[in-house]
Design a binder for this molecule. Structure first.
Ligand SMILES: [Zn+2]
Length: 279
């Protein structure tokens, strides 16, 4: 599933072709893609609105229009791209929502698995009020992060996946952040030392920042809006590297099932019982 770095890359790639365009009409062949409001209302409200800005909150894309915000969650396999109305695109066969733009352009939402969701709202804050702080903003303070760990018996991996604790982290960058902090993914969240918590607070940002720098991970469906692949997968320490040697110590990367997700870690760099952080 696209996580913060992938979604941020999509947002950046959509700004140039989309900002300033007017949405003239919308279409879908899979009504569940349009989460809210009801489809008739959605189509009537969005028509005629111009795109003012494009931003991100957690894993949500926020296409800010004149009166509403078009909110898109890519879920497993969603792709958003702008194409000339008469131009074919490799992902077209899975397009389940389309927006006709002025100037002969279209914004297309392709979604192989059809789990993606589109919302049109006047109140983004209310729609997304379940999200915790943005990890790359000043809102994500160390104090807040430490406070969130208190009394949490669940694994630190599960904790990082909880969007109410911090927004935008998924399976990939949780594993990467934990490796960078030398913390075993199964450690109970409330068992982290103050030093480990501080280290992890920093490595969350480092792992996400690296992901953005390399324009996201094209492991499954994710592509940039221009169709190109991200390069993050070539720079991971542990994710997708089961049975391969640790880049730091040479031990074999393990893969276990944790928080219902495949979880990658180095048993030497991230020992189960010690809480020793980076030296
Ligand atoms: Zn290692």
């Amino acid at each position: 599933m696209p996580e913060l770095p992938e979604v941020e890359t999509v947002v950046r790639g959509l700004r140039e072709p989309l900002i300033g365009r007017r949405i003239e009409a919308s279409w879908t062949d899979w009504e569940k893609t349009i989460h809210s409001p009801p489809l008739d209302e959605f189509k009537a409200r969005i028509a005629g609105q111009r795109v003012r800005a494009i931003n991100r909150r957690g894993k949500y894309i926020l296409i800010e229009l004149e009166y509403h915000t078009l909110v898109v969650h890519l879920k497993m396999s969603g792709r958003l791209y702008v194409a000339a109305a008469d131009a074919e695109h490799e992902a077209d066969r899975w397009v389940h929502a389309r927006f006709d733009l002025d100037g002969g352009w279209q914004l297309r939402f392709s979604d192989v698995r059809k789990f993606g969701k589109v919302y049109l709202t006047e109140n983004v804050a209310e729609l997304l009020n379940h999200l915790g702080p943005e990890p790359l903003s000043d809102d994500f303070s160390l104090d807040m992060f430490r406070e969130g760990l208190r009394g949490r018996k669940r694994s630190i991996k599960a904790h990082l996946l909880d969007q109410a604790m911090v927004a935008g982290i998924g399976n990939i960058y949780a594993d990467e952040a934990l490796f960078r902090a030398r913390i075993h993914p199964a450690r109970p969240a409330d068992q982290l030392s103050a030093e480990s918590a501080a280290l992890l607070h920093g490595t969350i940002r480092d792992a996400l920042g690296a992901g953005i720098k390399h324009e996201g991970a094209s492991i499954n469906w994710y592509r940039k809006p221009d169709g190109g692949k991200g390069e993050s997968q070539n720079h991971f320490y542990v994710y997708g590297r089961a049975d391969m040697p640790c880049r730091d110590c040479g031990d074999v990367i393990n893969k276990i099932r944790l928080a219902q997700r495949g979880t990658h870690f180095c048993p030497s760099c991230q020992p189960e019982r010690q809480d020793q952080g980076l030296s």
